[in-house]
Ligand binder design. Structure first.
Ligand SMILES: CC(C)(COP(=O)(O)OP(=O)(O)OC[C@H]1O[C@@H](n2cnc3c(N)ncnc32)[C@H](O)[C@@H]1OP(=O)(O)O)[C@@H](O)C(=O)NCCC(=O)NCCS
Length: 185
């Protein structure tokens, strides 16, 4: 077998022109890792990696997960938190690990962890985390149903349950903020 044949074969198996939205997909189905070496064009004025570069990479990497899960095109609807925990430096490899945490009817929330690897020292640090929500769109640009998220194992069941609890809390906070905004007009 030639190098990359296995990866190519796996990708071809994924190709599903018609998505059965009654058939659930696991977290493992769409889990994805993206990485890129940071160069001088990625710098901010301090000489570290610009936060906006990482935000863009996160949006692109998380969208891959949403598109794989949905089997359709998606748009970014919301970024829930974006915590920068530590700087990344030029010459580091920024690694973005993304997995599906919650799926509604047409919306999907992807959990993201961002790491920076120093290839010379062999050190990997967590530098950011986020949750990004996407909405699948049909050919008319309208929200369209996506397959449900089903746990593939006990570990996935816990991830999905934690996301459900966190989203319920976020919804309450959203409602409170909405009331405050209404009262301030
Ligand atoms: C996201 C968008 C398609 C939602 O359209 P809408 O008419 O509000 O859709 P609906 O009210 O029918 O909601 C559809 C789903 O999106 C979710 N949604 C809508 N706005 C959301 C938001 N700000 N945050 C999280 N979820 C949101 C709804 O909860 C619903 O989820 P569900 O189907 O899983 O229950 C629309 O607001 C849009 O096009 N936004 C711009 C997207 C964009 O340009 N992104 C940047 C470039 S990709």
């Amino acid at each position: 077998m030639e190098p990359f044949d296995k990866i190519r074969a796996q990708r071809q198996q994924r190709h599903m022109p018609d998505v059965d939205v009654t058939k659930g997909r696991t977290i493992a189905y769409s889990r994805s890792t993206t990485s890129r070496l940071m160069d001088v064009l990625d710098a901010n004025v301090r000489g570290n990696v610009h936060g906006g570069v990482i935000m863009r990479m996160v949006d692109e990497a998380a969208a891959i997960v949403a598109i794989k899960h949905a089997g359709k095109g998606v748009v970014t609807a919301r970024v829930d938190r974006f915590d920068f925990l530590a700087p990344a430096y030029l010459g580091n490899v920024v690694i973005i690990q993304c997995e599906m945490h919650y799926v509604g009817r047409t919306s999907m929330e992807v959990g993201v962890e961002v790491m920076a690897e120093d290839l010379f020292v062999g050190e990997i640090r967590q530098i950011a985390r986020s949750q990004v929500t996407y909405v699948a769109l049909d050919e008319n640009g309208k929200p369209t149903p996506v397959p449900p998220l089903i746990p593939g194992d006990e570990e996935e069941r816990i991830i999905i349950e934690k996301a459900r609890i966190r989203r319920a809390r976020m919804q309450k906070i959203d409602e409170e903020l909405g009331k405050i905004q209404q009262n301030s007009i």
